[in-house]
Structures are given as C-alpha cells and as structure tokens.
Design a protein around this ligand. Structure first.
Ligand code: 6PG
Length: 473
C-alpha cells in the first residue's frame, strides 16, 4: 500500500479537523487514537476523503504506514500527555523521524523536549496552530519551530493546509526549538489584549450609553468594514446579534461574566517580565480575566461601594462612536507593539532570529488575531522601520497620531463614569510613557540612592553619583 505522507495522533476535534484538512489537500495521512472507537468514528465520517486516510490500531502500525523520515503530529492535551506520547513513540521511531507537537505547549517544555530527544535520532517540531476548530479544518495559521531540515520534510503539507492571504501560505518556519510555540504564546497574549479591549468598548456601549446587544452588534459590524477590520471584531458583531433559543434573549445577556483561561496569556506575561519588556495591555487583559472570575467578591464589593449610576458620556453619540473606534484602534496598535517587542527580546535571548515580517504575514489569515492591520505591520517590519518598536514605524506614527487623542478621551470619560478599561488604560499609559522624552524616573533613582545608596547617573556626566543626603538616610 502507498505510504502515508504524514501521521497524526489524537483525533479530538482539532486533530480530526487537521487530519481532514491534510487529506483534502491530497496528502495521505495515517491516524491513530488511543481509543479505537474514535478512530473508527473518524474513518466512518471521512466521506470522500476516506481513501486518503490510513486508520491504525497501534503506534507500530502507525509508524509502519508513513514514508520515512516519518513526521507524526501529536494533537493531545498540552503538558504531561505530550511527554507520555513522545515516550510511547520513541521505541517505534528511528532515523530522522519527526515528532510534531501541534498543541498549545509552553515553549519551555518544547525546548526541554528538544533537549531530551537530542542524540536519539528523532527530531522534534514545536508547532503553534491558530484558528480554532474551523481554522484546523479549512486553513489555520501555522508557526513552526525546529530544525530547518525537519521543516523541509513537512513544508509542503503544512503550507498546503494553511490559510492563504492573497495566495501566500500562512505557515512558516520561524526558528529553532521553541520558536514556534513562543510565537503562538505571544499570539495568544495579543489575542487576550485584543479581546479585552473589545470587551471594554462593549462595556462602554452597554453601560455608558445604555445600548442593547442588538444595537451594539451593527456598530461592530460597521467597524469591521473600516480600519478595525478583523476576525475578532467580526465575530463580536455576530455574537452580539445572536439570540438564545431557550429564552429568546440576546445570548450575550445570558452568559455569566466570568472568563476562563488555559494559560497561554499568563505565559506571555511571565515571559515578557522575564525578558524585561513592558507588555502592559496584555498584562491588564490577563488580570482582567482573573478579576472576572472573582464573581462573588465583585458582587460583594458592588454592595459595599454601591453601584455607579453611569450616565455621563458627554457629546454626541456619533462623535463618541468615532472616538470608541479610534480608541480601540490605538489600543490595539499598542498591544501589538508590546507583543512584537517581547518577541524581539526573546529572539535575542534564545538566538532564534525570529523573522518579524514573516510572523506578521502568517498572522494575516487563518489565526484568531487576523486583521487588516497586520498587512500594514508586515510592510512596516519588512521595511526595517519597525525594528526598534512598531510605534516608531512611520505608518504607525501617523495612525497613532490620529488615534491616540480618542484613546485618551475614552479612557478619561470611562474613568469619570466608573467603567473599567484596564487594557485600554494600560495601552495609553504605555504609549504616554514611551513617548515622553523626560520621564520621572529621576525621582525613583534619587529615592533608591537615598535609602540604598544605589547611585544614579547625572545628566551629561559619565559615572555613578550619590546625592547629598549622607548618612541621614
Ligand atoms: C487560537 C486560540 C486557541 C485557543 C486558546 C484559547 O489561536 O486558535 O488562541 O489556541 O482558543 O487556547 O485560550 P484561552 O482558553 O486561554 O482563552
């Protein structure tokens, strides 16, 4: 029998969809699931793609079915199950066979797995996949970390199944070992910020302007036709327009305001801190999810402090809507600037040489944060003019110059009205601190020197100095 081009373990929704996508692009795929009935169900549902699917009842059958060097995608829960799967595969594989972890792994685990497989003959690929279930089935964005040689073995399959932006595949090799999973983690950090800022704007429309979900939906739909055009804005409009079949109310109104999280947002913040890069909008978004989960405490606090009777959003509604659109736009630019800055620092730290223009390019379609703006980012990074920070690329200077007064206006009005905008406010704080030539850390330095003799630099002088506070400190 003709050998399969690639194998896949783990036929959950993501794994099944990825496998069908691969088969649909004409590649023969061998599949295995620990519970045989799931493999049987997958095969039964594979329809016209059946002849491209090779069901396997064991790992050795799977290994035997694939053309060497054998690439095998594992799509199991992140963490221990991945290690267990690799351990189980080791005795079945040899030569330059490639184990591909396509889950949302912590890149530090990916780096460890690389080391553990070093010398075993096997190679490892840490592959970030974005786009949810739909993306996996019809075209995700794929971020690959591994050796260039192993990438070459899987490149044709991965580019074939990836989303396309104007015919360009949204799949790329980004660097060695943990590069792909790191980039996916930052993708998710930005996703958190993007979603949180959208939710904050929704909060202003709902609680500041008293608009219903049905009234807010077309506002987002309208914004999706302009500079904010993106998947997340599009689905926000759809979500807000949807009704709950059980109650007939808007679905958004019957969902408990307590958000879950699986960890990637938190990891991106931890890594940003480790690398010494401010990622304030992402940090605020992660913190906002944690705060959201404290539902009972929030209810008690509302009782203790009283509910703010929000009324006061001044000016015309049309003018405010324009401000909200621009505020979201400015906040989003700041969040992306932070995410890319974290990746630049990680690239230096881990020697990845991350290709920023390529990252922006493969995020233009397929992934959750896909947006029109990413095309402009790809251009900015491609021209080398965003190398210091995205905020310094001329195109973004122009956009921020237009949009930041609205971000300021919205954050100020929301603060007055008692409506929380932690991510938008953090984005603004970051922008204002970043653009302030003379900051206030001179005072921090003086304080540090006063209580700890840590020394400070003098303007225009070289060396370390101390203040005149002597031992009275
Ligand atoms: C994607 C998503 C995907 C998943 C997140 C959700 O890019 O396809 O980011 O990876 O939806 O894991 O993460 P939380 O559960 O932490 O929100």
């Amino acid at each position: 029998m003709e050998k399969a081009e690639i194998g896949l373990i783990g036929l959950g929704t993501m794994g099944s969809n990825l496998a069908l996508n691969i088969a649909e692009k004409g590649h023969r795929i061998a599949v295995y699931n620990r519970t045989q009935s799931r493999t049987d169900a997958f095969v039964a549902n594979s329809g016209p793609l059946r002849d491209k699917v090779v069901p396997c009842a064991s790992l050795s059958e799977l290994a035997a079915a694939i053309r060497p060097p054998r690439p095998i995608i594992i799509m199991v829960l992140a963490g221990k199950p991945v290690d267990e799967q690799i351990a189980a595969l080791r005795s079945e594989l040899a030569g330059n066979d490639i184990v591909i972890d396509a889950g949302n792994a912590n890149f530090r685990d990916t780096m460890r797995r690389f080391k553990e497989l070093d010398g075993s003959g096997l190679t490892f690929i840490g592959m970030g996949v974005s786009g949810g279930e739909e993306g996996a089935r019809h075209g995700p964005s794929i971020m690959v970390g591994g050796t260039e040689e192993s990438w070459k073995r899987v490149e044709s399959v991965l580019t074939a199944i990836s989303a396309k932006f104007k015919d360009e595949p949204c799949a790329a090799w980004l660097g060695s070992d943990g590069a792909g999973h790191f980039v996916k983690t930052i993708h998710n950090g930005i996703e958190y910020a993007d979603m949180q800022m959208i939710a904050e704007i929704y909060g202003i429309l709902r609680d500041g302007l008293g608009m219903s979900a049905k009234e807010i939906a077309p506002v987002f739909a309208g914004w999706n036709k302009g500079r904010l055009e993106s998947y997340l804005i599009e689905i926000t409009a759809n979500v807000l327009a949807a009704d709950d079949p059980k109650t007939g109310k808007p679905v958004a109104d019957i969902i408990l305001d307590r958000a879950g999280q699986k960890g990637t947002g938190k990891w991106s913040v931890i890594e940003a801190q480790q690398l010494g890069i401010p990622a304030t909008a992402i940090e605020a978004a992660v913190a906002a999810r944690v705060l959201s989960s404290l539902k009972d405490e929030r209810l008690a606090a509302e009782k203790a402090y009283g509910k703010l009777g929000v009324t006061s959003f001044s000016g015309s509604k049309d003018a405010l809507l324009k401000h909200l659109e621009l505020a979201l736009f400015a906040g989003k630019i700041a969040a992306y600037a932070q995410g890319f800055a974290v990746m630049a620092a990680a690239s230096r730290e881990f020697g990845w040489n991350l290709p920023m223009p390529t990252i922006a390019r493969i995020w233009r379609a397929g992934c959750i944060i896909r947006s029109q703006m990413l095309d402009t980012m790809a251009e900015a990074f491609g021209s080398g003019r965003a190398d210091t920070n995205l905020l310094m690329a001329p195109a973004f200077v122009t956009m921020m110059t237009e949009a930041h007064p609205s971000l300021r206006h919205v954050v100020a009005q929301a603060a007055e009205a008692g409506l929380p905008t932690p991510a938008l406010a953090s984005a603004l704080g970051y922008f204002d601190a970043y653009r302030q030539g003379r900051g206030t850390s001179n005072l921090i330095q003086a304080q540090r020197d006063f209580f700890g003799a840590h020394g400070f630099e003098r303007i225009g002088d070289k060396g370390a100095f101390h203040g005149p506070w002597g031992s009275g400190a």
